[in-house]
Design a binder for this molecule. Structure first.
Ligand SMILES: Cc1cc2nc3c(=O)[nH]c(=O)nc-3n(C[C@H](O)[C@H](O)[C@H](O)COP(=O)(O)OP(=O)(O)OC[C@H]3O[C@@H](n4cnc5c(N)ncnc54)[C@H](O)[C@@H]3O)c2cc1C
Length: 598
């Protein structure tokens, strides 16, 4: 078994584009290597003459991919770059090939700033948003970590892949945030990706032009949904609801009563109904259920009303519509997820001392006498660690832990968490079918449309790319399709688009792809909160993170980020450096307090 001790950078090397503080003969060559990495080829002439030959050699011999990265990153050095030069690493001594070709022994070095020396190591397993948020919070507090991710990229479920036929990077599925996702939005600001989201201050609900049943002659109409600046929260959305074409006056009054009752309901988590049962018990008609409750809740919680718990449904309306003014607004990425969570965050973390190791799957967490001692990788390598944050999907957790450990019985309940699927249909047409950037569909199989060509502010290159999202797509999984092929479902989606935008029928479909993520989210059924564990475990040094842990949020990017912050809080507490990482709860608008007793 190979052994790799995960050490914290410990030698101060200060060289932010300026003078190199000579760290002494033992590490001088490493310092040159690190120093070199801080310069792009264009800036090479800024490297002090004393170091230029070595620097030039290093840049010329560098791995081309990493070398390419350095043309964008002008500070810092990535672990990927360092490791090819490290020939052997034992305990905290490392042996590296220096830029002048000699072999040198030294201790691990920092990258332009002094990181706190830590005699023990922290490992995060899983590079989804939970693991990334945890790593970022620790990096901000000078706690270096090693992040291990089994896949070749970061981002987990919120990532992209290369579509061979369209030769483009497409997202696993469109991911959107909302104004009420405070921790996620702050995380984006911290790591410098907030500018890559567009805030939609107007939504477009597309439904029948009037109340009543839909038939072949039904016309569809775009309903613009925006807040009224003159009205206080929560009345600011009242005119938008009042304008919806597909509900009549009686249905709107019924809806208003339902919303008020829901907001005022106090839910008993031990014994709560499904939302479908609650709606029926509170006099909501099938039309209002289909055209309002279903539309909002299924896309927000990725589950059907028959399976959604009352508490989660209430949270969507209270946090998303009633508590604060802009909380309902949707934030949509304008670049592929790969760039957001892959490249940008990776660079941010590595320049702050986080070591990121991709394609590094963990096989087992080692626990001795109720305490974490390290992790074993799939290739047999052992990494010593005194603290491990397990940030993998809940289906993987129990397999990575030993058969026996304190608290296993309680944790085993996560096996009862059920999954809900999300389907995305990707369509490339030879022309624009709508200039709308996004839309929500009512009374359709399709639920959301995202105009990716427009959102990404791309030139269309003769192809217009639209993505259709269908949440809680139980009926579209192989078992639920009842013999229908993917092609037939894609045609059904196109037929719907044609009914709404007739130009679709004349457009040529250049390429299409349908993807169903079977374990997209955990199902927010009644009783689910009792199955979600806290971030602290009964094993010393073992913490849990992931959207499935207890955060009070459904499976969302916000939930994942919160879980990572909560795990980091517990870890810092155990290190004797307690810190409060979550933002204080948002103030509830005065009128909402009065009207709904929030
Ligand atoms: C199709 C789809 C659409 C969605 N849409 C939205 C949306 O619009 N808005 C929203 O807020 N949320 C959305 N979500 C939910 C959101 O993606 C998740 O809640 C969030 O990304 C979960 O992050 P996580 O870090 O908890 O888990 P994950 O993203 O699953 O990350 C876990 C990581 O652990 C890694 N891993 C697993 N096993 C190992 C191992 N043995 N060793 C090392 N690494 C390992 C995995 O490769 C993965 O990278 C959507 C999800 C899906 C699937």
């Amino acid at each position: 078994m190979r052994t790799h001790r995960c050490t914290a950078p410990s030698t101060r090397v200060s060289h932010q584009g300026g003078d190199l503080v000579d760290p002494g003969p033992a590490v001088r060559s490493i310092a040159q290597l690190v120093f070199t990495a801080q310069y792009t080829p264009r800036r090479i002439n800024k490297i002090p003459p004393r170091l230029q030959p070595a620097a030039g050699k290093c840049l010329n011999q560098g791995n081309p991919r990493i070398f390419h990265d350095f043309t964008k990153v002008t500070t810092g050095i990535s672990a990927d770059f360092r490791y090819p030069h490290i020939l052997k690493q034992q305990s905290r001594k490392i042996q590296i090939q220096c830029t002048d070709g000699t072999i040198s022994h030294a201790r691990h070095v920092g990258q332009g700033k002094s990181l706190e020396d830590s005699s023990t190591a922290t490992v995060i397993v899983g590079g989804g948003l939970a693991g990334l948020a945890c790593a970022a919070a620790l990096a901000e507090r000078n706690q270096p970590v090693t992040l291990l991710e089994s896949r070749p990229r970061l981002g987990g479920r919120a990532s992209s892949f290369e579509d061979q036929q369209s030769q483009s990077l497409i997202d696993n599925c469109q991911h959107v945030s909302m104004g009420c996702c405070h921790e996620f939005n702050r995380f984006c600001e911290t790591v410098g990706i907030a500018d890559s989201f567009e805030r939609a201050e107007q939504l477009y609900f597309i439904g029948p032009h009037q109340s009543g049943p839909v038939n072949a002659d039904t016309r569809f109409q775009v309903n613009r949904f925006a807040s009224s600046p003159a009205l206080p929260t929560p009345l600011h959305l009242f005119p938008a609801f009042a304008r919806l074409s597909y509900l009549n006056f009686r249905e709107k009054r019924e809806l208003a009563q339902g919303l008020k009752q829901l907001a005022r309901t106090r839910v008993n988590l031990q014994d709560e109904p499904t939302m479908a049962d609650w709606l029926q018990a509170h006099g909501q008609s099938q039309t209002v259920i289909d055209r309002f409750w279903n539309v909002v809740l299924v896309s927000a919680l990725s589950e059907s009303l028959e399976r959604i718990s009352l508490s989660h449904a209430r949270k969507v309306f209270v946090d998303g519509f009633l508590r604060a003014r802009d909380s309902w607004q949707v934030l949509i990425p304008t670049t592929p997820l790969e760039q957001l969570y892959g490249t940008t965050i990776s660079d941010w973390l590595t320049t702050r001392g986080t070591e990121i190791r991709l394609k590094t799957g963990v096989k087992q967490i080692h626990i001795t006498d109720g305490k974490v001692t390290g992790v074993e990788l799939r290739d047999g390598t052992h990494i010593d660690a005194d603290r491990v944050v397990l940030a993998v999907p809940h289906q993987r957790v129990l397999d990575l832990l030993p058969a026996e450990f304190p608290g296993r019985t309680e944790l085993s309940r996560i096996a009862e968490l059920e999954a809900a699927p999300i389907t995305s249909v990707h369509l490339w047409f030879d022309r624009e079918i709508t200039p709308l950037p996004h839309a929500v569909f009512v009374d359709c199989l399709s639920q959301w449309m995202f105009n990716r060509t427009q959102l990404m502010q791309q030139e269309h290159d003769g192809r217009w790319y639209y993505q259709i999202v269908i949440s809680a797509s139980h009926q579209l999984t192989a078992a639920g399709r009842q013999g229908r092929s993917q092609e037939e479902i894609i045609q059904e989606v196109i037929a719907e688009l044609t009914r709404i935008w007739p130009v679709t029928g004349e457009a040529q479909l250049l390429h299409s792809r349908m993807l169903t993520e079977h374990h997209a989210v955990f199902s927010v059924q009644p009783g689910v909160e009792q199955l979600r564990p806290a971030q602290r475990t009964q094993v010393a040094g073992l913490y849990l993170a992931g959207d499935w842990t207890s955060t009070g949020w459904p499976a969302t990017m916000e939930g994942a980020v919160r879980s990572g912050l909560l795990a980091a809080e517990e870890l810092l507490h155990d290190l004797g450096k307690p810190d409060s990482l979550l933002l204080p709860p948002e103030n509830t608008a005065f009128l909402s307090k009065m009207l709904f007793r929030l």
